[in-house]
Design a binder for this molecule. Structure first.
Ligand code: SF4
Ligand code: SF4
Length: 358
């Protein structure tokens, strides 16, 4: 059965009326329900970079849900460089203040769950993903150098807490493999409603490229796969070109799309560099994980041996010294969250660059 997608023209002042219309056209019984609003907070990027969901959209959705009596939580798990720094990424992106008190660091409570995937038996998800009655996903309209586009399905990869994201990435390194993994995570808990922030369109080597062009559209659907199909069309691509969409169809998660509104392709849309980038992607991902993956270590000078981190570690990766066993550690950063003496230090090339002082 094909899924409906509604595309509305929208600039920031239009958001209240357009989001109102989307919530009427895609009704759900919000009153009294726990709703996770899941923006894309890739890392500590300011709103004008167009890397993260625009805070004006987050604010509008939060206000309208609160007015309808929903219990709202806003949260995401940032990617490389943002690990262990959810609060900072949410503040820099403007999403923490746009959440009007509903932002929660959802990395702090994680649970391990079984998934149907050839890349993992179990994955650590933020607990709220399991507890929420409804999930509204607010992805950005962006390219992705590995999966071609970052949209509704890819936004659910942020359900994963801490370093499991990177760890799984190293098992699913190529376009096909990583696309499958993204769909497997999406299939664990598809969002109930997806509203794509298409204020601008990101071109080039996403998901954090600096190439932006005006688009001025919101794309809404119950189905994140259908929303992704509409994104592909606007990028000038066919569904068949996007492996995630093909694989979602093969897994029985998608049966076609019916688009209402302007899905006309953007002329000369600049997709990510294909051939060579995708050929070297497996090597790049391995090297990136080994040399740039942020890892925790204990600063013995600052440590008072309270053992909070030892108790907090879900993998028993910290001994009584205390010292972290790198082979066991999954970089969930629970130890850092628990240490009130700043004795757990996160470091890694990309992380150090993004979080450098001054
Ligand atoms: S929580 Fe911090 S101070 Fe306490 S043992 Fe761990 S590293 Fe040391
Ligand atoms: S040592 Fe344990 S608590 Fe700290 S990041 Fe690694 S797995 Fe998580």
């Amino acid at each position: 059965m094909s899924e409906r997608v509604l595309i509305l023209p929208a600039e920031i002042p239009d958001f209240p009326s357009q989001v109102e219309r989307i919530l009427e056209e895609f009704p759900l019984p919000w009153e009294g329900r726990l709703v996770l609003v899941k923006p894309n907070i890739l890392g500590p990027f300011p709103p004008q970079k167009g890397v993260t969901t625009h805070p004006a959209l987050v604010r509008t959705v939060v206000r309208q849900l609160a007015r309808r009596g929903a219990k709202v939580v806003v949260g995401d798990n940032p990617g490389v460089g943002g690990y262990g720094a959810n609060q900072k990424a949410a503040e820099v992106s403007g999403i923490a203040s746009a959440s009007e008190g509903f932002f929660v660091n959802i990395a702090q409570q994680a649970v391990e769950e079984r998934v149907k995937s050839r890349y993992a038996d179990k994955v650590r998800f933020s607990r709220i993903v399991l507890e929420a009655d409804y999930i509204i996903s607010l992805p950005r309209f962006k390219t992705h150098s590995l999966t071609q586009l970052t949209g509704g399905m890819k936004n659910t990869y942020g359900y994963i807490a801490g370093g499991d994201k990177s760890r799984l990435h190293t098992r699913a390194r190529g376009t096909r493999q990583f696309s499958e993994l993204v769909v497997d995570i999406f299939a664990f808990r598809p969002p109930d409603l997806t509203i794509v922030d298409g204020l601008t369109a990101m071109e080039g080597e996403g998901p954090s490229s600096s190439e932006l062009r005006p688009l001025g559209r919101l794309i809404a659907s119950y189905s994140a796969v259908a929303a992704d199909s509409a994104i592909a069309r606007i990028m000038g691509r066919r569904e068949a070109d996007i492996f995630q969409i093909r694989y979602a169809g093969a897994r029985g998660l998608y049966g076609g799309v019916q688009i209402e509104g302007d899905a006309s392709p953007l002329p000369d849309f600049n997709m990510p560099f294909g051939g060579l980038r995708r050929l070297v992607a497996p090597l790049v991902n391995t090297v990136a994980f080994r040399y740039t993956h942020p890892r925790p270590r204990i600063d013995i000078e600052k440590c008072v041996r309270c053992m909070r981190c030892v108790e907090a570690c879900p993998l028993q990766a910290i001994d009584d010294t205390p010292r972290i066993d790198r082979d066991r550690c999954i970089s969930c950063y629970c130890c850092q969250e628990m240490c009130i003496y700043d004795a757990v230090v996160i470091s890694g090339l990309v992380y150090n660059f993004i979080h450098r002082k001054g």
